[in-house]
Design a protein around this ligand. Sequence first.
Ligand code: ADP
Ligand code: NI
Length: 211
Amino acid sequence: MDWNGLEKALEDYYKGEKSGHGWDHTKRVTALAMHIAQVEGADKNLCRLAALLHDVDDWKLVGGPMGQSAHARDFMDRFHVPLSVQDEVLSIIASVSFKGTDSVLPSTREGRVVQDADRLDALGAIGVARAFSYGAVHGRAMYDPQEKPHIGMDEKEYMRSKGTTINHFHEKLLLLEEMMGTDEGKRLARGRTEFLRTFLAEFLAEWNGEK
Ligand code: ADP
Ligand code: NI
């Protein structure tokens, strides 16, 4: 497998992408997935391939309906990935791509590894930075004390939601730790979620003029 070639092709594919799904996100998720796969005894090559391709058909990038995997297939064809492996990778990707605020645990260990890696990149300092970048790109207010968070949105409601970025912390980010599918993912999520709580407390204190 020509990993370097595939990574170069993906870096190229993601050029100009500003929605928080850029190549840098994919690189971090892949590194996290490899680490978790190692600790959890999952298939590292499958995790690596699925992590590298997990966002190439995301509706935020390609604008179409979910469930299509044309780009992922295309990349795997170009790099001569056997069809049976392609199918495994696509089913892993499909199992991690759920966008609502509910939790659907992938049935394979590799799916749980990649899902945890993707979620970890939404937590911690990187998670804060990505959330506010997303908010800026989508014209969202940082915070509005009048607007209460909506917990438990389904996929449609989540895609339509125009809430503030601080509400996104309550609606999704703070809930991820409990939803992690691997022990190592959960361990890493703990520290990163703690950081989110510290950030939120500081943000509110400064917003309210208490500091
Ligand atoms: P994934 O990386 O799993 O595809 P998403 O597409 O849901 O995740 O989100 C990508 C990034 O954008 C994440 O860091 C997430 O926290 C952030 N994000 C998504 N929706 C919002 C929102 N409504 N407000 C702020 N940030 C958001
Ligand atoms: Ni992602």
